[in-house]
Design a protein around this ligand. Structure first.
Ligand code: NAP
Length: 253
């Protein structure tokens, strides 16, 4: 039975990815920064007959928490087949009228960059570094980094891009950094069985978007596709079926 760790899987796209991978016969380590929320999420899945799921406390901004999760999972399995770096935040604050404060390059406080990068950039790097040895023990290891088409420098420079006017320097630059992290990681692992890709789920109705957007089921399907790819599958690529629905959905970095 294949194993997967999904960070931030107590809700949203991570939770639905857990459900779909359970349906595909995986043993799922459901990463959650608040263990109580993760245990509740795991119970929901078990109630649906998807029993091979265990909640694991993991705050991707805490080295101590990541180390503890690595120790816990390593005590249960000899190999990890798939890591999905899903946990992410927008860092967008609301003003006193409940309106979103734009993340402008001119005004945004550095503390907001630090908070968002700690989760969206250092988080995947921290978790990948901690789990890479366990992934190496899998015959076909996969790493999927949850990115966004909005992290594409090429698309965000193109006035015809769907979200060209949806700027926001902190979140978007964090995903651009994650994209470059993915390119480097895939390159370093190019002579191994690893497949390392970045996937944009598309605009999806979760807490992240105030429940605006498309279906979570479709988003998770786009994500788990890259957890399930075979040895002939791609590596070191960025995919977004929302902005490039043709073919396999590859988009430029
Ligand atoms: P969501 O519903 O807000 O879920 C985010 C998850 O990340 C939650 O489980 C949250 O845990 C967790 N998380 C946040 N900070 C964490 C930390 N420090 N350590 C561990 N877990 C942490 O968001 P979503 O829409 O499912 O987003 C999932 C991923 O997709 C993100 O990386 C996001 O950037 C990306 N994405 C989303 C969209 C979209 O339209 N929804 C579009 C493009 C990309 P708590 O419950 O404890 O807060």
């Amino acid at each position: 039975m294949k194993t997967v760790l999904i960070t931030g899987a107590n809700k949203g796209i991570g939770f639905e990815s857990a459900r779909q991978l359970l349906q595909n016969g995986f043993r799922v380590f459901l990463g959650t920064r608040d263990l109580k929320n993760g245990l509740n999420a795991a119970e929901q899945l078990k109630a649906d007959g998807l029993v091979n799921v265990e909640a694991v406390q993991i705050d991707v901004t805490s080295q101590e928490s990541v180390n503890a999760a690595r120790k816990e999972i390593g005590s249960k399995v000899g190999a990890l087949d798939v890591l999905i770096n899903n946990a992410g935040i927008s860092g967008i604050d609301l003003d006193s009228n409940g309106q979103m404060v734009p993340q402008t390059a001119v005004d945004t406080e550095i503390a907001i960059y630090q908070k968002v990068y700690d989760t969206n950039v250092y988080g995947p790097a921290r978790v990948t570094k901690a789990f890479i040895d366990l992934l190496h023990h899998s015959p076909e290891p996969r790493i999927v980094n949850l990115s966004s088409s909005q992290g594409s420098l090429t698309l965000h420079s193109d006035p015809n891009y769907l979200y060209y006017h949806v700027k926001g320097v902190v979140y978007l630059s964090s995903k651009a950094a994650l994209n470059m992290y993915t390119v480097n990681l895939a390159y370093e692992l190019r002579d191994t069985a690893f497949k390392v890709n970045a996937v944009s789920p598309g605009f999806t109705a979760t807490d992240f978007t105030g429940k605006n957007g498309g279906s979570i089921e479709v988003a998770a399907k786009r994500v788990i596709k890259y957890a399930l790819i075979g040895q002939d599958g791609p590596t070191g690529k960025l995919f977004c079926e929302e902005t490039n629905p043709d073919g396999i959905g590859e988009i430029p970095w």
